[in-house]
Design a protein around this ligand. Structure first.
Ligand SMILES: C[S@@+](CC[C@H](N)C(=O)[O-])C[C@H]1O[C@@H](n2cnc3c(N)ncnc32)[C@H](O)[C@@H]1O
Length: 236
């Protein structure tokens, strides 16, 4: 990747997210633990962390599994640096790759699991369908895909409630200062008029359908709060 910008995600977004992430991500600790719970029994304990950010999911996976390994992928050099600092204590059990999630060059390998948080909504519908097919091919039989991400509400009432729950979660986790930063940055996707060229979440039903169409079994919605969902799917 020749320049420092990835489509739609600016270095200032990384700064804001690393400062306020614990508040901006609803029930963040619960989400991290849920993702890790879903990856606890992998036959091949090598996991890809897609759009890893600061490496919080990777940290939890490596902390839980002494024989575990993680490949971290992100488009932002700043985020990869922060992840490297966080994971230094795990020695050689991780590696990182700089790539754009939209590209296909990185879509190879044989992983026991793939995890991702707050990134796949940057792909449009056809992009998600292709990604799910490619991830299926990148998993060993029995491999597990776990995705935490924004979802698109079907109706206006559900959108309003997602927006309100997200605002409340930020205030509860981060107090007035985080709530101000959240509002100022217009981070609450569900309060925006839309459509947005960068953030393009799909509905729960679409995600479940596309995962099944890609060949996954055990396709399920595990967790949902404030428009943030966790899905799981297993390659038979
Ligand atoms: C909201 S953060 C989530 C980070 C981490 N997964 C977490 O939950 O804490 C989004 C991450 O996706 C990365 N990202 C955004 N667009 C990307 C793209 N097109 N290709 C690769 N990474 C991208 C950003 O650099 C950032 O680290």
């Amino acid at each position: 990747m020749p320049d420092d910008r990835i489509a739609g995600w600016r270095p200032s977004d990384s700064d804001l997210f690393t400062t306020y992430g614990d508040a901006f991500v609803p029930r963040r600790r619960e989400q991290i633990e849920t993702v890790a719970d879903l990856l606890d029994d992998l036959a091949e304990p090598h996991v890809l962390d897609l759009c890893c950010g600061e490496g919080l999911l990777a940290e939890e996976y490596l902390r839980r599994h002494a024989a575990g390994r993680v490949t971290l992928l992100d488009g932002s050099p700043e985020m990869l640096d922060k992840a490297a600092q966080r994971l230094a204590r795990f020695g050689t059990r991780w590696e990182h790759v700089r790539a754009d999630v939209h590209d296909r060059v990185w879509r190879c390998g044989a992983y026991g699991g793939v995890m991702t948080s707050l990134a796949v909504h940057h792909l449009d519908g056809p992009g998600k369908r292709d990604l799910y097919r490619d991830l299926y091919a990148m998993l060993v039989p029995g491999g597990v895909f776990v995705m935490a991400d924004l979802v698109e509400p079907v109706g206006a009432r559900a959108r309003d409630i997602a927006a309100a729950h997200w605002d409340r979660a930020v205030l509860e986790a981060g107090g007035a200062e985080a709530a101000r930063a959240f509002a100022q940055a217009q981070w609450n996707y569900y309060r925006l008029p839309g459509p947005d060229p960068v953030d393009t979440p799909s509905s729960v039903a679409e995600n479940l359908t596309w995962l099944s169409e890609a060949g996954f079994a055990g396709v399920d919605l595990v967790w949902l709060h404030a428009g943030h969902a966790i899905f799981t799917a297993t390659r038979p």
